[in-house]
Design a protein around this ligand. Sequence first.
Ligand code: FEO
Length: 575
Amino acid sequence: MVALADQAQKRLTIQTAEIAPDTTVIRSLDWERDRFDIEFGLQNGTTYNGYIIQGDQLAIVDTSHRKFEQLYLDALKGKIDPAQINYIVVSHTEPDHSGLVKDVLALAPEAVVVGSKVAIQFLEGFIHQKFQRQIVKSGDKLDLGKGHVLEFVNAPNLHWPDTILTYDWGTQLLYTCDVFGLHYCSDHLFDVHLGAIAPDYRFYYDCLMGPNARSVLAALKRMENLGEVAMVANGHGPLLRHNTHELIERYRTWSQEQTKGETVVAVFYTSGYGDSDRLSQALAHGITKTGVAVEMMDLLGADQQEVRELAERAVGLVIGMPPTSGDNATETATSLSTILASVSDKQVVGLFESYGGNDEPIDPLLTKFRNLGVSVAFPSIRIKANPDEALYQLCDEAGTDLGQLLNREQNIKKRKSVDSDLDKAIGRISGGLYIITAQKSEVNGAMLASWVSQASFEPLGLSIAVAKDRAIESLMQVGDRFVLNILEEGNYQHLMKHFLKRFKPGQDRFEGVETRQATNGAPILAEALAYLECEVVSRMDVPDHWIVYSEVQDGRVAKTDSLTAVHHRKVGNYY
Ligand code: FEO
């Protein structure tokens, strides 16, 4: 009871601290948030960090999520008189950071909202009131007095087109909002335990920044014009003070890895229109899981020469349907025409609806691509209701399908070219045959596995190697539960055949297969020889797999006198 009461009290809390001269952070701690739209495997909650800078002029940088309305405004009033605020810097307009801008403006109606051109446009769309604004771009400065000269850096596509970074020359703090953030809620204000936060930092990068790796590198380049960064004052997680340089440089290393491949898929979307941004991010995430690089481009405000160059260079194209009417329709239609004029019959394409109300219809556009000889990578994604977790998973899987399609030929060539003694020797490592099954909200998944091994006695634990481009990987984050179904020797072929076939993105993996529900919610295959209910404890990142260590919580054997099916391979360079 006490624990529950404690938990209830911990659900939403606030933390304020002086982090530099004249500088205060207000951290809204959301202890139990377990999903975001794209990075829906949150295990450690998250925080929304906003800041106050008290020069001769008073500025705040970002606010908080609406769910913290009272807590945040009380904390703000505890530090300053909001009526005195001169500037509200909006780094990015997603509601977890700008959800309370309207409330602050009500207290400080004369405050000037500072943001990128796109951010100000987005804000106009959801604030619906007049406000003073100052549009800034890279190199622009704002002198607050007392040495606090703010310099701005445009960072489009990290992860939205509206993002700016703000550097305070007085304190050497860099305010970054989503960039260099992580979903990790703890009482620690700073990055005191690098080992504890590193997996979440990487996961966050992979979900939000990896698909925009070129934009990350461009932003890092622009940051070179700033001074030394003493601390990253981010929008999520602990502030980066102890490992500032190391964690910034990890973005550079990971982004360089992402962009070194020559195979690039272009993802075209329309910023601020319907759900185009979020859906395109989920698709991009799925593509990058296969090791294929993504370049995202906003059809709004795009230079036609750049659209043409990217559409010609990319081996695959994903396009979110732009609007057919409204202020931006002519501009996005021009970009679509440019894409159509640039593609060739060597490319593949995939289309998705933006759920904006008046989307360009999919079928006529698809016909145009087909007539140009362009292959279709995945069934067009049509949206009938508000996007939910299942839809984001479908987009992720569609992206992965596209990436795998592009990799297939290359992989076959690679496999054929390798036939060394070493590969034959590794091939003599045998494994059992298993099917992993998982269910998370309305999303389910299954995967045939043979790289499974017991790894601990007390508590009982096992390790499984899961290829990074497997759809089920997103259902095997730390804390997730699944079932390991152990297949029976001589009685596994039809199950193996079923689960080896290619499923369409979002397709129910269990249609036509008899299952029952395990205590942990995952499906148990009725024909399995035995099953184990497991919970993921940790994951190790190896080049093309995740090593997933899980504790075993329950299990049963159906036939005690039967043996486990065994998988023998000839070579070790593929399954
Ligand atoms: Fe943390 Fe993109 O908002």
